[in-house]
Design a protein around this ligand. Sequence first.
Ligand code: ADP
Ligand code: MG
Length: 742
Amino acid sequence: MDSDLNLGLERRIGKRSAAVIEKHLGITTVGGLLNYFPRRYLNRGELTPISEVPLDEEVTLIARVVSSSTRAMRARRGSLTDVVISDDAGTGLPGTLKVSFFNGFRAKAELQPGRRAMFSGKVTRYGGSLGLTNPDFLLLDEDPDTPGMDPEKLAAMPIPVYPATAKLTSWSIQKVIATLLDTVELEVLPDPLPAEIAAREKFLPVADAYRLIHAPQTAPDWQRARDRFRYQEALVLQSALARRRAQLAAEEATARRPAADGLLTAFDRQLPFTLTAGQAAVGKTLAAELAQDSPMNRLLQGEVGSGKTIVALRAMLQVVDAGGQAALLAPTEVLAAQHFESIRRTLGPLSRDGLLGGFGPDAVQVTLLTGSMPTAARKQAMLDAASGTAGIVIGTHALLSDNVSFYDLGLIVVDEQHRFGVEQRDVLRSKASKPPHLLVMTATPIPRTVAMTVFGDLETSILDELPAGRAPITTHVVGLAEHPAWLGRLWSRSREEIDAGHQVYIVCPKIGTDDDGDFSPGEAEPSAADLEGENGARELASVTAVVEQLRDEPALAGVPVAPLHGRQDPVLKSETMTSFTANQTKVLVSTTVIEVGVDVHNATLMVILDADRFGISQLHQLRGRVGRGGLPGTCLLVTTLEQGHPSRRRLEAVAATTDGFELSQEDLKLRREGDILGASQSGGRSTLKLLRVLEHEDVIARARQDAWQIVGADPSLGAHPVLAGAIDEYLNPEKEAFLERG
Ligand code: ADP
Ligand code: MG
C-alpha cells in the first residue's frame, strides 16, 4: 500500500521525536505509531483508586497531594522530598502512596497539598506500604494543552494512557501522537474493512477512528473507535486463518482409503472393549477424511482418559493398510516411550519391531525414534523410517530434525500439544512429498475462541465422554499451614494404598535443592505460579530431597521408591517407568515429566507437594494420571500457604471440579492474556492489541464468519487488496511468531 502508513516517522513528526519514539518504543513508521493505541483512559475528573494500581509495572495514575516535606539526606549530598498522594474522593478509606523525589526541586515547588496531578512510574512495596520513586508528573489543574477550555467539558475529557516506559511517559507519547494526527493525511488512509461490513456495523470511518482513539473528547468517542479497531483486528486475524485453511484444503494429498480386510479390521476384531459412541463417531470422520485426496487438518480435543490414543491408532492403521506410514509425535521422551510400549501392547501380534523381525507380513513395524537413543539404534530407526520398513514411527521433536525422512508419510499425529503451532505443523508437513494428513490431539480443553484464534485453520472434533468403568477422582487441598501434622499423615495414607496393592505418585516442583525446576526443552514450561515472584521465600519440595526424606520415613519402610525427572539419563528414565508400570516400584517421586499421557492403571494416589507452584491446567493434567484403571483415584494438593492466599484459590478451584473445561476458563481468567497466546516469551508485548480472546467471543465469532465469506468468495483476496496487505503485515516474521507459539 502506498500510503502514509509505511512512511518513515521522521517525515511527519521530525527527526528528533522520531528518534525518541524509535529508541523507546521501537516504532519507525507512521502506521506503527498510529496503531500504538492507548491501553486505557483516565477520567480527568476522577482520582485513580490506588488499591487497584498494579505493582512493579509502569503505571499512570491521577491523585491528589496530601502533604509534602523536604529534608537533607544524611548519608550523601542532596535533598529528599516526600510527597503523600491520595485517591481520597471523600468516600470510604483513602488509599495513599508515598512518592519520593531525590533533589526534586520541581516536585517541591509544584506538588503542593490539594493539587491534582498525573503520575507515571513504577509502584513498588517498601515494607508494608506502597511507594513511587522519582516518578514523572504533570499537574492537571493547569494543563497547558487545554487553555481556555470549558471546565465541564474538560472534566469529561478522557486522558489516554499509553503503554509507557520508564523513560517515556504516557503524556509524552500522547503529545507526539497529537502532532502525528495533525500532519498525516488521515482522510486518504486505506481501510482494510470492506465497506459493507463497516456499514453494517455502523463503524466510524477510519480517519475519525484514529482521531478519536488517540484524542477523544468524551468516553463514547474512544469506545466507538476501539470497537472498530478491535473488529478490524479480529477480521485480519481470522482472514489470515481462513486463507491458510483455504490454501491447505486446496493442496493435494494422497487418499488413504480403508482396506477391506487389513490391519484395522483385524485390530477392531481383537479390541478388548467397545469404542465409546464418541470414539466411533470421530473414527468415522477421520476415516472419511483420510480417504480424500485433500489433506485432513484436524484437532481432536478430549478430556484426560477419554481414549484419544485408540482413535489415533485406528487412523494410523488405516493409513498403513493403504501403504503409507504414520508418525506419532509426543512432547516428551517419557511419553514417546510409553506410547511405544502401549501401542505395541495394544497391537499385540499385529505389531513387530525392527529387532525381532517377527510375526509375518501382516504385522506393522512400530519404531521408536528419539534424540537420546544410542546412535546405532537411532540410525537403524532412521533407516527404517526412510526405507518404509517402519509403518508407525513414534518419537519426540527429534522427528522434526532435518536428517529424519520418511518413505511415504501419510499421517502425522501430534499428541498432547496445545502449544504446537503453525510453524511446527509446517515442518512436519514438509516431511512428505505430498502434504500428509494431520491430527493434533489435546487433553487441555480449549475455550472456543482460543481454538478459533490459535487453531483457526484446523477442523475440530471433541471426545466428550469417558469410557465406561472410569472411576472418579477425588481431590483435596492439604493445608500444612493450619495442619502441620498432616505431612506425616500423607505418608501413612500412601502406605495404605500400597498395602492395598496400589501405587503412588509424588510430584514436586523442583528436581534438586539448588535448581529452578524441571524445565528442560520439550517438557513442561514454568507455570504462571513460577513466574509470579515470591521466589526463594521458602524451600520448595524437590525430587531428590523427598526421596531422601522418604528413605527415613517409618510409614514407608521397605517400600521401593524411585525418582524420575527430566535431567536423568534417558535409559534410566525408561527403566524407572518400566519398573513402575510393572508394579515393582511402588512410589514414583517425579517432576511434571508425568504430566501428560503417562498411563499406569494401578496408580491410585497422587500427592502433589507445593501444589501452589503449578497452574490450574497443569494440576488437572497431573491428577488425570490416577483413577485410570477402574480404581477410584485420589489427588492431594499439598500447600504451605495460608488459607485465603490468592494462590490457594487455584487449588480450591481444582479441588472443586473435575470439569476440565470449567477449569481452563478459570485458568485463563487468572492468567494474563499474553500467557494464553505465549506472548510472555516475546518480551512482554502482546501481539493482540485490542482483542481479548475470552472477553470478545462475539467479535471473534462475527469476524470469523465474515472472514470465511470473504475468503470463500475471493480466495486470493484480489478484490480486497487492503485487507490482504493488512494480513501480510500481521503475518510478518515477528507477528507470525504468535501463530507459532499457539
Ligand atoms: P487419553 O485421551 O487421555 O490419551 P488414552 O487414550 O490414554 O486417553 O486412554 C486411557 C485408557 O482408556 C487407556 O488405557 C485405554 O486403553 C482405555 N480405553 C480407551 N478407549 C476405551 C474404551 N472405549 N473402553 C474402555 N477403555 C478404553
Ligand atoms: Mg493420551
